[in-house]
Design a protein around this ligand. Structure first.
Ligand code: ISL
Length: 585
């Protein structure tokens, strides 16, 4: 294993020279990131699964939209138990997606258009088919301690009910422990049993990860999106969480998330890979992060990460204390106030990431907007306006620029996601009615976000020449990229304009944020202020007309109208899902 110090170049290496791109200090603050879930983006070879050459063939779509960065969900070698978030070789590409040469070609195609590439970094766990884990299965191996192996609970026979070392539930249903008959011990897997957790307490694990990261940076990548990075430090005692009646296993976030060494590990990683020194974009996925923790992690003085993904705003439409499947009505005031709290908390120190959806979340327009034919386009536009008007780096998930919607599976056999499939089996075995479970899946399943990108109105939406791995949403005939690009009034062009504004207006990047009308049930209004410029954003986030109470937003008479969903009108009375952005000064 080469040490990180040895493998860190002082400047662009000659071998990768064609693939390097300039990264100015703080460049990611005025950037917009576009997430690609490769399995569902574009299929070049007709096997029904998206691939890297498929992406390369579509880079002009991204350049036309104007995004600065692509975040590529995992393309590494993987048995695909969790669609690539179970990695068996960090340094190779899965044949499903292509080859290392294909990735090099993609980097070149993106860089040639001024677009940077951020890779997904999944290092809380590997696949059980990773060579490290294969070795670790042997209790005598030097890598035994690279994972969390534990004997059965005291007084229990290994492999029998209740013998799991702790009562922790996996994110994907059932126990977080898997019994290994060969050695008579259990290993920890917070996700599927094919995703064993790495033991970050072991310094060899950490050095191996940093060395691998360094090799990707040398290859030309511009940063990392770090999967569940706040789970790498756990309470090392691995103890039971407080029991919950009626449940064999409990979601033990206090035990396995945000552990005592999290920031130490992040600082060590930053130094070993030169994350800050090389101006790489770093964003940590941190379910269960508080504003306070996010402020520390994104404080540049601490040398950890640029930004984190909060989960608070995507948990507001679930029942208190419930899981993601226990769906509740979303309150607009709570949503606005939550984002505002993050804005205020990170106003002076740190930086926010801004997202409505991703490959794990339902489609934004179906969840926060109104995906009926009447309101789909305007609600998608207005949601984009509100998102991009906050202070932070916006993330656009593939298809969001087209206003793609949730899918409509009626049968469990249509679902592919391990989380949905396991949840259905567990919930129905516990006695929940199948219709109720299917109702939750229809609203919340991750497969909603994973249907193929709709490129045009040809067969399979132009995604593949073959049979897609997940059915195309039937609305592709209307909702597709070709139609959106051809229509100047589309969501695509609205988003393109928002991205252009970010690139030209410092007030949109740096301006101080203020939420107006925090309790209003329909209107989302805010200002951004920098020097003598004030950006005024007023949005009706409902499918009914709305009246802006007199005197509650700055007077925009004479101000420049930068962007709006509707022609004409005034800021006093808004049509359903109408939004307007004015610049004063
Ligand atoms: O998807 C979720 C909502 O139910 C989360 O629980 C999700 O599993 C969690 O946010 C972690 O997500 C990340 O790590 C997982 C992977 O399945 C997700 O796709 C990834 O984004 C394990 O690697």
């Amino acid at each position: 294993m080469s040490s990180p110090e040895q493998s860190r170049p002082q400047q662009a290496t000659t071998s990768a020279a064609g693939r390097q791109i300039e990264r100015a200090p703080g460049w990611w603050k005025s950037a917009v990131v576009y997430q690609i879930y490769p399995r569902s983006f574009a299929d070049s070879n007709g096997d029904g699964v998206g691939d890297i050459p498929g992406i390369t063939a579509r880079v002009d779509h991204l350049a036309d939209l104007g995004v600065d960065v692509v975040w590529l969900s995992p393309v590494y070698a993987s048995p695909q138990d969790d669609n690539g978030y179970d990695i068996s070789d960090y340094e190779d590409i899965d044949p499903t997606f292509g080859s290392l040469a294909d990735l090099d070609a993609l980097i070149e195609a993106l860089h040639a258009r001024g677009i940077k590439l951020v890779m997904d970094l999944v290092v809380n766990h590997t696949s059980d088919e990773h060579a490290w884990f294969a070795e670790s299965r042997d209790p005598a191996s030097a890598k035994r301690d690279w994972y969390w192996w534990r004997p059965a609970r005291k007084g229990f026979t290994a492999g029998t009910e209740g013998a799991e070392p702790t009562n922790w539930a996996s994110f994907f249903s059932g126990s977080a422990w898997q019994f290994d008959e060969q050695s008579g011990e259990y290993y920890l897997h917070l996700f599927s049993r094919k995703q064993p957790d790495l033991n970050w307490e072991n310094p060899e694990v950490r050095q191996a990860v940093y060395a691998m990261m360094n090799r990707w940076v040398e290859r030309g990548v511009d940063g990392f999106r770090m999967d569940v990075i706040n789970l790498i430090s756990k309470q090392p005692e691995l103890r039971d969480a407080p029991a919950e009646s009626g449940r064999a296993f409990v979601f033990a976030a206090d035990e396995f998330a945000n552990g005592p060494r999290l920031e130490e590990f992040l600082q060590e990683m930053n130094a070993a890979v030169g994350l800050d020194a090389r101006q790489l974009l770093t964003v940590g996925e941190m379910p269960g992060s508080t504003i306070e923790l996010a402020r520390r992690v994104t404080d540049p003085a601490n040398g950890e990460l640029n930004m984190v993904f909060t989960f608070e705003h995507v948990g507001l439409d679930t029942q208190p204390g419930g899981s993601k499947w226990d769906i509740a009505e979303l309150s607009l005031p709570r949503l606005k106030q939550n984002l505002a709290a993050w804005q205020e908390g990170l106003a002076d120190v740190g930086w926010n990431s801004l997202y409505w959806d991703n490959h794990d979340q339902p489609r934004a327009v179906s969840r926060f907007g109104d995906d009926s034919p009447r309101h789909r386009v305007n609600s998608a536009k207005t949601l984009a306006t509100v998102q991009h008007a906050h202070r932070g780096t916006p993330y656009v998930y593939q298809g969001e620029e087209l206003g793609m919607t949730n899918t409509q599976f009626v049968d469990i056999s249509a679902y592919r996601d391990i989380e949905s499939v396991n949840y259905y089996a567990e919930a129905t075995s516990l006695g929940l009615a199948p219709e109720q479970v299917l109702g939750s899946l229809a609203v919340r399943s991750r497969d909603n976000a994973r249907t193929p990108v709709q490129w045009d109105d040809s067969s399979q939406a132009g995604f593949t020449q073959g049979i897609p791995w997940l059915p195309v949403n039937p609305n592709y005939v209307v909702v597709n990229a070709a139609a959106a690009v051809a229509d100047p009034g589309s969501t695509f062009h609205h988003l393109r304009r928002l991205i252009e504004l970010r690139h030209t207006l410092p007030v949109l990047v740096e301006g101080r944020f203020q939420l107006l009308l925090p309790d209003h049930e329909q209107i989302w209004a805010l200002t951004r202020t920098l020097g003598d410029q004030v950006l005024v954003v007023v949005a009706n986030c409902s499918s009914r007309p709305a009246v802006v109470p007199a005197g509650t937003v700055p007077d925009v008479r004479g101000a420049q109208l930068l962007l709006s969903t509707h022609e004409g009108g005034t800021t006093a009375e808004l049509a359903p899902w109408e939004s307007r952005v004015h610049l004063i000064g």
